[in-house]
Design a binder for this molecule. Structure first.
Ligand SMILES: Nc1ncnc2c1ncn2[C@@H]1O[C@H](COP(=O)(O)OP(=O)(O)OP(=O)(O)O)[C@@H](O)[C@H]1O
Ligand SMILES: [Mg+2]
Length: 255
């Protein structure tokens, strides 16, 4: 019997990036976008979503660190009309406010989604996964973005728990037609190896960085791994502008 593998590619939405990946991300797989603060994780993830929306696809965006209003405003500065996408059921925005409440026995995490259908509720990873899955199913989402998996990691104590939590979360929300992009904020001083643990679990890892060069900083993107495809190994320069992210695969990084 010949196994039929689905190697359909999904555009990352970033000019120049698909070419480094044999045509794009693999449909129905998960990619982790990791980087320090301000490296462009959110913008790249929105670009991926709106690339789909511009082609008639649908997406879900989960963001736990920015209010709905600010998110919509920031996207519109880049020319992406989230309000119109939400109104036409092309986009479901699940933004929320994560609260940590001290209790006698430890801490309780509550999440107040500012989605009209969802109220404040105890935050657990399986609960978040089921909400994302339900919302993705409602609009048959082909692209799912979780911008910031930090809160998931906060809920896990040990190394082992992180692996279990993130793995089960990803397994739950990935579908054969739904490609998942998750962002992960890296600290400049990694806390033990917990920061890199999610690298092992996702199908792909793309790292964004800002590196010092001739007294200035340049933005770089590097594909750390991408299961099921060959890819370019070297860091590639990119810029952020009002048009989002543009990659310069041919430009040599200054030494
Ligand atoms: N219109 C623009 N033109 C050029 N650069 C911009 C523009 N808008 C934003 N930026 C740059 O993009 C950065 C923010 O990108 P983004 O929000 O995607 O980063 P991030 O990695 O998600 O950060 P965080 O870790 O805070 O979530 C800003 O700090 C700024 O340097
Ligand atoms: Mg961000």
């Amino acid at each position: 019997m010949v196994l039929e593998l689905d190697d359909t590619r999904v555009s990352s939405g970033v000019s120049g990036l698909d070419g480094l990946l044999e045509g794009g991300l693999i449909k129905g797989r998960s990619v982790l976008l990791a980087g320090g603060p301000g490296t462009g994780k959110s913008i790249l993830s929105w670009q991926f979503l709106f690339d789909g929306i511009s082609k008639g696809e649908t997406g879900v965006l989960v963001s736990l660190d920015q209010s709905r209003q600010l998110l919509i405003e920031d996207m519109s500065k880049m020319g992406w009309d989230a309000r119109e996408a939400i109104d036409s059921n092309s986009l479901t925005l699940l933004s929320g406010d994560l609260r940590i409440i001290p209790r006698e026995t430890g801490y309780e995490y509550m999440i107040a989604f500012d989605h009209p259908m969802l109220r404040e509720q105890p935050f657990t990873v399986p609960r978040l996964a089921s909400v994302v899955k339900e919302k993705a199913r409602e609009i048959s989402a082909t692209r799912i973005v979780v911008d910031g998996i930090g809160p998931l990691l906060e809920l896990a104590g040990s190394h082992f728990e992180i692996r279990q939590l993130v793995y089960s979360f990803m397994k739950e929300i990935v579908t054969k037609d739904g490609t998942v992009l998750m962002t992960h904020e890296l600290r400049s001083q990694p806390r033990a190896t917990n920061d890199e643990m999610p690298y092992f679990i996702s199908d792909g890892v793309i790292k964004l960085d800002m590196v010092k060069s001739s007294g200035d900083f340049v933005r770089t993107l590097r594909i750390v791994k991408m299961r099921g495809t060959s890819h370019v190994m070297r860091p590639v320069m990119f810029k952020i502008s009002d048009d989002g992210i543009t990659l310069f695969p041919e430009t040599r990084l200054p030494d």
